[in-house]
Design a protein. Structure first.
Length: 339
C-alpha cells in the first residue's frame, strides 16, 4: 500500500480511546513481515487487557524512535478522499502520521539504514496510558520523534496543561426565602469571576498562558437554593505553574475548593537545521515519556485546527512530505549520535 491507502486503512479501523485492540493488531500484523524481511524485532506490550502498545526495532543500538498514538476521539468517521485531502477520524490525529512513519521506515530499511524503531501507543487522547507504560521500560533510544499534527514544522515548544475541578457547597432552601439557604452556584460564579481576573504568565517562545472554563453544573431546581455546584477549568501553561496555582487558590478562598486533576508541564523542544519550526498550544505524550525514550522532537503532517472536528482531514502532499522528513530526521540524528 502507498501512504494514502495505508492512511485510509487505518482510519477505517475504529480506535476510540479504550478500543485500540483492532488497530493494534492491524499494525502488528502489518509490521511483522517487515521485521522478518529486515531482521528486526516486534512486540505487543500490554498496557491493560485488550490494550497494548506496538514496538518494532531494526538495529542495535536503538538511536531514534518514531512514535505516535493509535487512539482517537469520538465519534468515528470513516475515510474518504478528494484530490487534495484524506478525510476521517484520525486523518491528521494521528492515522496519517502513523502511515507516514511506517512508509519512512520501509524506505530507510530498503536503503540499508538501521538503528531506529517504531512505537505506537494507546490512550494519548485521555491520559497517555500507553506512553506512561512505555516510560517504565525504555529501550535505550537516544531520540524520540513524536508525531502530532504540526503542518510538518518542528515544534520548538508546546504549552502544558493544568486542569482543576472547582467545587462549591452550600445549603438548600426554598428560593422564596434565600436568606435561609446558602447558594453554591452564587459562590461558584464569584469564584470563577475572580479566577478570570488572574493575570497569567507570558513566555517569550510559547506566548501567553490561557484559561478556559470548560464545564458548569450544579443545583437541583429553579425554586431550590443550590447546595452544590462545580466547574472544570483548564489553564494552558507556558512555564512554572507555582505562581498560577497560588493565584487560583487565592481566587477561590472562602468560596470553593480546588481539586487538581492533572498537570502537564510546558516544553521547550529541539530543532533540526533546514526544517521549518513552529510553536504549538496543545499537549502531547512527550511529558509522559519523561525523557526515558531520548531527546524529544515533535512534528507531523496536518493541522491541529481540524483535529477533533467533523472536518478532520490531512493534505495528501503533507503525507508525502512527511515520509521524506521522517527519513531525513532519522538519518540526521543517527549521524549526530555516531560523531
Amino acid at each position: 500500500m502507498n501512504v494514502f491507502e495505508l492512511t485510509r486503512a487505518l482510519i477505517d479501523i475504529e480506535s476510540i480511546t479504550g478500543n485500540e485492540e483492532r488497530v493494534g493488531l492491524y499494525l502488528h500484523n502489518l509490521l511483522a513481515p517487515v521485521v522478518s524481511r529486515y531482521g528486526g524485532t516486534i512486540e505487543r506490550v500490554e498496557v491493560e487487557p485488550k490494550r497494548f502498545n506496538v514496538f518494532a526495532q531494526w538495529g542495535d543500538p536503538l538511536v531514534v524512535t518514531l512514535s505516535t498514538h493509535i487512539d482517537t476521539v469520538p465519534p468515528f468517521l470513516p475515510s474518504r478522499e478528494d484530490d487534495e485531502h484524506i478525510w476521517g477520524r484520525g486523518a491528521c490525529d494521528t492515522k496519517g502520521i502513523s502511515a507516514s512513519m511506517i512508509k519512512a521506515v520501509e524506505a530507510l530499511l530498503e536503503a540499508g539504514d538501521r538503528g531506529f524503531g517504531l512505537l505506537f501507543v494507546v490512550g494519548e487522547e485521555r491520559n497517555s496510558a500507553g506512553a506512561y507504560h512505555a516510560a517504565k521500560s525504555p529501550r535505550g533510544s537516544r531520540y524520540i520523534i513524536n508525531g502530532e499534527p504540526t503542518e510538518n514544522c518542528l515544534a520548538l515548544g508546546s504549552k502544558g496543561a493544568l486542569r482543576y475541578e472547582v467545587c462549591a457547597t452550600g445549603k438548600m432552601a426554598h428560593s422564596a426565602y434565600p436568606e435561609l439557604g446558602d447558594s453554591a452556584i452564587h459562590k461558584l460564579i464569584d469564584a470563577l469571576a475572580a479566577i478570570r481576573q488572574i493575570p497569567l504568565p507570558v513566555d517569550s517562545l510559547l506566548g501567553p498562558s490561557t484559561l478556559n472554563i470548560g464545564t458548569l453544573s450544579g443545583g437541583r431546581a429553579p425554586n431550590v437554593i443550590a447546595d452544590e455546584a462545580r466547574a472544570d477549568i483548564m489553564v494552558r501553561l507556558v512555564g512554572d505553574s507555582s505562581e498560577t496555582k497560588a493565584a487560583l487558590a487565592r481566587a477561590v478562598d472562602g468560596l470553593a475548593e480546588l481539586r487538581e486533576v492533572i498537570e502537564i508541564p510546558a516544553l521547550h523542544l529541539g530543532a533540526v537545521d533546514g526544517i521549518p519550526t513552529t510553536v504549538v498550544a496543545f499537549t502531547t505524550d512527550i511529558p509522559a515519556f519523561s525523557g526515558t525514550w531520548g531527546e524529544p522532537f515533535l512534528i507531523g503532517p496536518g493541522t491541529i485546527h481540524v483535529a477533533h472536528t467533523l472536518e478532520e482531514r490531512v493534505p495528501k502532499q503533507q503525507l508525502l512530505d512527511a515520509v521524506q522528513i521522517y527519513q531525513r530526521m532519522v538519518r540526521h540524528l543517527c549521524k549526530r549520535e555516531s560523531k
